[in-house]
Each structure stands twice: as C-alpha cells, then as structure tokens.
Design a binder for this molecule. Structure first.
Ligand code: MEV
Length: 438
C-alpha cells in the first residue's frame, strides 16, 4: 500500500512520477516511459495542458474525429467528435449522408433559461419570510449589479428570483430559486457568483429586518449552487421524409422499415431498460461534440438523464411517428452549452473545433449537438432493426483487436481484406492471426 503523501501537488512533474513509480509501479521504468511518451515536445503547449488541472503527469489522448455531410437548417456542417468508441463517428457520418438528400436536419432552440438555487434554513413562518423576501428582492438584484453588468451587455442576466417553501420535505428549508440567461457562456461561474452574492445579501438583510425575532434574523445558508437540471434550456431537432424515401430491402419494405423503427422508439418510450441504452446511444453523439467543443459533458449527461425521467419514469429522449405517409423522427433535450469562456479560448483543438463549425453562438451549438444525438440514434436504430448492431460494430472494432495482437502492417492489410467478406468475431480474428503467423 502506498504511504500517505503530503504536499504532493507541490512536487515537480518529474518528482510526482518518481513517487508514483516507487510506490505504485515497483520502480518499473516502463511506467515512466509510458507517461513521458505522451508529453508534448512543444513546452508551451504542454504547460497549457498541465495547468488545466492539478497533479497532471501526462496527457490522455482521445481521437479527434470529424463527421462530414451534416445538413442542419439548410447549412452544411462537418462535426468535430471526440470519442473512443470505434463505431460512433462512422455511424454519425452514415446518418448525416442519408439525411442530407432528404431535407437534412431541422433544429431549433426552444428556450435558454438556466437555474441556480440558494438553499437555506429559516425558523419563522413562511408568510413572514415571504413578506421579507418581497421587500428585499430589489436589494438582492441590486447586490449583483457588478457581476451582471457585462452579462447584461451580452443579452444575458438574472431573469427571476423566487422564494420556495420546501418545509414539507425538510423542516425550515427554503430556497431562492433563480433563473438566468447567460448568452454564449455556459455560465456556471456567472450563476454561482450571483447565487453566493444573493446568499450574503439575504443574511445581512435578515439581520436588519425588525419584524423578525432574534432567532428569525438568523438565516442559515446551506449552499448556493447552479442546477444542472435545465429543462428550460431546451433544443429540438428533427428529420422527416416521405415513407418511400426510407430504406427498402428484400427483408423490409420502406413502410415496414418505418413501422419497425417507430416500434423500436416506442419500446424505448415505455421500457426503462431499453430507454437507458437508447439514450446512451444518443449521448454517444452528444458527448462527442460536447467534448470536442470544450463543454462539460458531465453536466450535459446529468441534465439529459434527469430530463428523460422528468415525468417520474425514465423514457426515451427521441420520438418517432408516421404522419400522413411521412416519417418523422425528433429529439428534445436540454443542453446548457457555451461557446465562450472555459476551455473554448484555451484549448487549441477546442478553438479549432469551433472554427470548423463556423464559430457558432451557444444556441447554434445547442442545435448542432442535438442533431448529433438524433443522427446517432437514427444510425443505432437503423442497425438494430436491420442487420443487428454487431455487424457494423465489429467491423469498426477489428482494428482494435488487431492492435491488441500487435498485428504488423501486412497482417492488417491481409486480415482487413479477409474480413470484408467474413463476419468479424473476436475468435475468428484470433484464428486468422494464428493461421497467418503459423
Ligand atoms: C452503443 O454504444 C450504443 C447502442 O447500444 C445504442 C442503442 O442500442 O440504441 C448501439
């Protein structure tokens, strides 16, 4: 077991690695080599990455890929996607290509409201607190004017503050439930700064409020923090086409395809076990764009899944229907994204990703990202209801298996050719490699 270490963060990068090698890798120099191999020779760039977080000892690569041919609101985009799962980018590209000849994707931001809350305890009656709140509300707003000034110039700001009585759930528990718009920023710092100031002002003003008893004057702030549940920061994306424009094979007519597709989505709407995997596939596309554009994928994940269970039962984020001979497939998802602040101006690949998208504002990025989710879900369901998922998945996974076996260039060429006409299974890849090497 490694000993307790103090002041680790203050050690140089080399000394941190030395400590790790000594206590976790039995002084194996290979561990050092692996970590050092991933250092960037451009010292300035390496320092930038080192300073993103504490205790950075190396870089962790993920592929930075692109998916072309996305027609969104009549404009063509190439999407940047950062993801390790082999089949995701191919699936997105395939769906983009399919829909670009069928009118493309339509997307629209429905609203861009974000939420934050001050959670506090108060021992007086709700009525008395409400009177105090009504009186103090202008002061609360005033107290954040220094923070909101620039945001207001950009079209954002505080939209509302409400007092919520949560006493039925926890004795004496109240909230300031606040809504914000944050223009092109994700807005976490802005929202949290406003909330912390609201909390301070609330405490100070309560002390001065003569209608409160001495104990009522003591408001106890528990915490002030934004919510990643943003059901009003919502974007909708959809595709539609005439039924006869859908795939038509010897196994399934276009109509049968549409009906089977709609049923597959319906199953995800009613069956949580399926809904989770269905939505995971959607998040394959969404997270990939969110990561590439330097946004917080944990916030997006948390908000999306909370939205998927907003009616008390976890359900699908996408919906499909056949309406007068037209197939319609859509997604509605909360996406609190930003295109300024955070990593957006710092990480060179994030900057490049945003440039690739034509420097979108936050709402445009919400639309593009929702489309990536819808496209991914289309590709997954298309495979699931036709060939099954493994055919495409294993084809893309082939290279990973070959790399696991350290296949040479010529072995790879030979086996890729072989598996063009044979189903890829792990065991057959192993058999074929052994055959080649025998
Ligand atoms: C795999 O990463 C995602 C899928 O399982 C999604 C789905 O089942 O819809 C293919």
């Amino acid at each position: 077991m490694a000993p307790v270490v103090s002041g680790f963060s203050k050690l140089s990068k080399k000394d941190k690695i030395k400590w790790l090698t000594e206590h976790h890798f039995s002084n194996d120099k290979n561990a050092i080599d692996t970590l050092v191999t991933y250092w960037n020779s451009n010292e300035q760039l390496q320092q930038l990455h080192d300073e993103f977080t504490e205790n950075t000892i190396s870089n962790y690569y993920l592929p930075f890929s692109v998916a072309p041919n996305f027609l969104i609101n009549d404009k063509r985009y190439t999407l940047p996607m950062t993801i390790e799962e082999s089949s995701v980018v191919a699936a997105a590209s395939k769906a983009a290509k399919f829909w670009q000849t069928r009118g493309g994707f339509k997307a629209k931001v429905l609203s861009a409201i974000k939420v934050g809350q001050v959670h506090f305890m108060h021992t007086g009656t709700p009525e008395k607190l409400q009177k105090f709140f009504n009186l103090v509300k202008p002061k609360l707003l005033n107290s954040v004017s220094g923070i909101t000034k620039n945001m207001e110039k950009r079209g954002g700001g505080v939209r509302a503050i409400e007092l919520t009585d949560k006493g039925l759930e926890i004795d004496n528990y109240y909230q300031l439930h606040c809504t914000f718009e944050t223009a092109d920023a994700m807005g976490a710092n802005f929202i949290n700064s406003c909330l912390e100031q609201f909390a301070k002002t609330l405490v100070v003003e309560a002390k001065k409020y003569t209608n409160f008893s001495e104990t009522e004057k003591d408001i106890e702030i528990i915490m002030s923090i934004l919510s990643n549940y943003v059901p009003e920061c919502l974007v909708k994306a959809s595709v539609s086409c005439a039924i006869q424009e859908l795939p038509n094979t010897s196994q399934l007519s276009s109509l049968q395809y549409a009906q089977k597709f709609v049923r597959a989505v319906r199953i995800a709407e009613v069956e949580p076990y399926r809904a989770v995997t269905h939505n995971k596939g959607i998040m394959n596309g969404i997270d990939a764009v969110v990561l590439a554009t330097g946004n917080d994928f944990r916030a997006i994940e948390a908000g999306a899944h909370a939205y998927a269970s907003r009616n008390g039962k976890y359900t699908s984020l996408t919906h499909a229907e056949i309406k007068n001979d037209t197939f319609v497939f859509s997604i509605e998802i909360p996406l609190a994204l930003g295109t300024v602040g955070g990593l957006t101006n710092l990480h060179p690949l994030v900057k490049l990703a945003l440039e690739l998208l034509g420097k979108p504002n936050a709402e445009k990025l919400m639309e593009i990202t929702a489309v990536a989710g819808l496209a991914q879900n289309f590709a997954a369901i298309n495979s699931l209801i036709t060939t099954g998922i493994q055919q495409g998945h294993m084809k893309m996974h082939l290279m990973n298996i070959l790399n696991q076996f350290e296949a040479t260039k010529s072995e790879k060429e030979h086996l890729i050719k072989y598996f063009k006409t044979n189903a890829v299974t792990h065991s057959d890849v192993v058999t074929q490699i052994e055959k080649l090497r025998a």
